[in-house]
Design a protein around this ligand. Structure first.
Ligand SMILES: [Zn+2]
Length: 236
């Protein structure tokens, strides 16, 4: 008991001294700023290599015109698929969707595939329609140019429609909350428009597998950020 008291007194007096010396020093804060800054910048330049070592290195492979980053197929404004890539929805995607659909039904949420696989030609017709309706600039914010649609990969699904009035609906909320448990990500999240190149689409999900989906959700990032890639059309 006695020792403890002495210790407390000792700690308190040290704190007091620090406070007093802190007060005294406050007068020359400005003059000490320059030295503080230089010490910060020099220490951060020393630390930089260590920070870089933590940044994930990505491996990119192109197989038959299809780009895989860390083994994950990527299709966006930067990366396209060949016209001949025409395989329908993948088995994994369909299985995962059906599993999710059954789980959702137990919560009285009904999920349907409004749009799954889309061929190059189908996307071309769709995009051209939007382009003639709204102009290219606007169309590019919500529709992919042919060869650049994730729907052509067979791993993307529009759930229950593709309409901006669906934002905030309870089925979309359920999807956002649970889709990662089945291996899907909300591919074009809110506040990531400048990175994905697309408006927020709560209905468009992309199959990436459970582990990746959960990690992306946990980090609150989009696929581009996860893979360290851009989504921008080549200027023509
Ligand atoms: Zn879609």
């Amino acid at each position: 008991m006695k020792n403890k008291k002495i210790k407390i007194i000792a700690v308190m007096s040290v704190l007091l001294m620090l406070l007093i010396s802190g007060c005294n020093k406050s007068n020359d804060t400005e003059s000490s700023l320059s030295t503080d800054e230089s010490s910060v910048s020099s220490s951060s330049s020393v630390k930089q290599p260590a920070v870089k070592a933590f940044a994930k290195a990505h491996s990119t492979e192109v197989i038959d015109g299809v780009t895989y980053v860390d083994g994950i197929l990527i299709v966006n404004k930067t990366y396209s698929l060949p016209k001949s890539y025409n395989y329908g929805l993948t088995d994994e995607t369909l299985k995962a969707f059906n599993k999710m659909k059954n789980a959702a039904a137990k919560d009285n949420i009904y999920l349907e595939i409004a749009s799954g696989f889309r061929s190059y030609e189908e996307q071309e017709a769709l995009y051209n329609e939007y382009k003639s309706e709204n102009g290219q600039k606007k169309a590019d914010t919500y529709s992919a140019r042919p060869g650049h649609s994730e729907h052509q990969s067979g791993m993307a699904i529009d759930v229950n429609g593709a309409d901006f009035s669906m934002v905030g609906q309870k089925d979309m909320k359920w999807l956002g909350k649970h889709c990662a448990e089945y291996g899907f990500i909300i591919r074009f999240p809110k506040n990531k428009e400048s990175i994905t190149g697309y408006s927020y689409e709560p209905w468009h999900i992309r199959y990436v597998g459970k582990k990746t989906a959960k990690e992306i959700k946990k980090q609150g990032i989009c696929l581009e950020e996860y893979l360290g890639v851009t989504s921008k059309y080549n200027p023509q």
